[in-house]
Design a protein around this ligand. Structure first.
Ligand code: TYM
Length: 333
């Protein structure tokens, strides 16, 4: 690999992704991949922390591999792999568990939210999830982690664990920085704009999936919840319209001021159709390319195999260093 800083990020294959995942993460992966040695993982082990249908999880894993590539990630240049294919992730999680305190994990906002949502399955994995995420990041001596705003607290924990480990055992891990995009770092639900847009929302009209066809996208935006005063301006008092403006600006690279001027004097109806059309024009070619890639499983298997081999080499370099630092006898090969 060239002598560039390392970038790592991952996405869970827990369903068909939304434009929240696209704007908060995927599109930044593509923007940044040339400037870094980039490692993109499919966080399949994370996905097991809530109940999954095994066949659907397998399907979603291929979906995500295809989507990464369809969004412009070049698997020759960057590393694309499944987290479960590189066992160092689970191994480093164990070591990091020994420097992480339960109080740090029970305080995590996402753990609290998910515990409420999955009351019947508050398992150890759900609580330990941020430690696995820290292991993902720290294994690669990562310097930059592009994420949406909802993952910021987890990144802070990764930094804390790196610093704590380094203080106790000597310099071992790079302390990573987060990269949270300036626009649309938190895309909100179209049905309840106070809540994050999420791929696991039971209300299908609340999110735009990366698999939605243009007509569906436009229909969903037409139904998006807004207020009644019909003015297209960005304001905390107008969470629905503000969310649509953020989406519009992120997809068109326009500023809020430019968009407000463009739609001055127009009604919500016109604006919603314009947002839908812009989103559909970006998503549709990605959807088609993803579906084309999905017909070639052999290619996707090859990408994942190659990615895992390259990731493994980097990961075990760090893991061996960690094992040595904590006093484990390294296995002779
Ligand atoms: P996940 O799979 O929930 O989401 C993947 C990425 O999409 C971002 N995102 C959003 N951004 C803007 N608006 C939204 N509504 C929205 N919803 C999701 C997330 O912030 C994330 O960047 N734990 C992670 C996956 C992970 C990871 C890692 C990330 C595992 N290991 C190491 C970075 C580094 C997760 O569940 O993301």
């Amino acid at each position: 690999m060239e002598d560039k800083k390392i970038l790592f990020s991952a996405i869970q294959p827990s369903g068909i992704l939304t434009i929240g995942n696209y704007l908060g993460a995927l599109r930044n992966f593509k923007k940044l991949q040339d400037d870094y040695n980039s490692v993109f993982s499919i966080a399949d082990l994370h996905t097991l922390t809530v109940k999954q249908d095994p066949a659907i999880l397998r399907k979603n894993t291929y979906e995500l591999a295809a989507l990464y590539i369809a969004c412009g990630i070049d698997p020759e240049q960057s590393i694309v792999f499944a987290q479960s294919h590189v066992s160092a992730h689970a191994e480093l999680t164990w070591i990091l568990n020994t420097v992480c305190y339960p109080g740090e994990l029970s305080r995590m906002t996402q753990f609290k939210d998910k515990s409420l949502k999955h009351e019947d399955n508050i398992n150890m994995g759900l609580m330990d999830y941020p430690v696995l995420m820290a292991a993902d990041i720290l294994l690669y001596q990562t310097e930059l982690v592009p994420i949406g705003a909802d993952q910021k607290q987890h990144l802070e924990l990764a930094r804390d664990l790196a610093i704590r480990f380094n203080n106790r055992f000597g310099e071992t891990f790079k302390v990573p920085e987060g990269y949270i995009g300036k626009s649309a770092a938190r895309v909100m639900s179209l049905a309840e704009p106070e809540r994050k847009m999420s791929k696991s929302d039971a209300n299908l009209n609340a999110f735009i999936s990366m698999d939605d066809e243009p007509q569906t996208i436009i229909k969903k935006f037409k139904r998006a919840v807004t207020d009644s005063d019909n003015k297209i301006i960005f304001s905390p008092e107008k969470p629905g319209i503000s969310n649509l403006l953020s989406i519009y600006c992120a997809f068109t690279d326009k500023t809020f001021e430019q968009a407000e001027i463009e739609f001055e004097g127009k009604g919500y109806g016109d604006f919603k159709v314009a947002v839908g059309e812009v989103v559909a024009s970006v998503i549709e070619p990605i959807r088609q390319e993803k579906n084309r890639l999905l017909t070639d499983k052999a290619y996707l298997d090859e990408v994942l195999k190659n990615g895992a081999e390259r990731a493994e080499r980097l990961a075990y370099r760090t893991l061996n260093k960690v094992y040595k630092k904590v006093g484990l006898v390294l296995r002779k090969r």
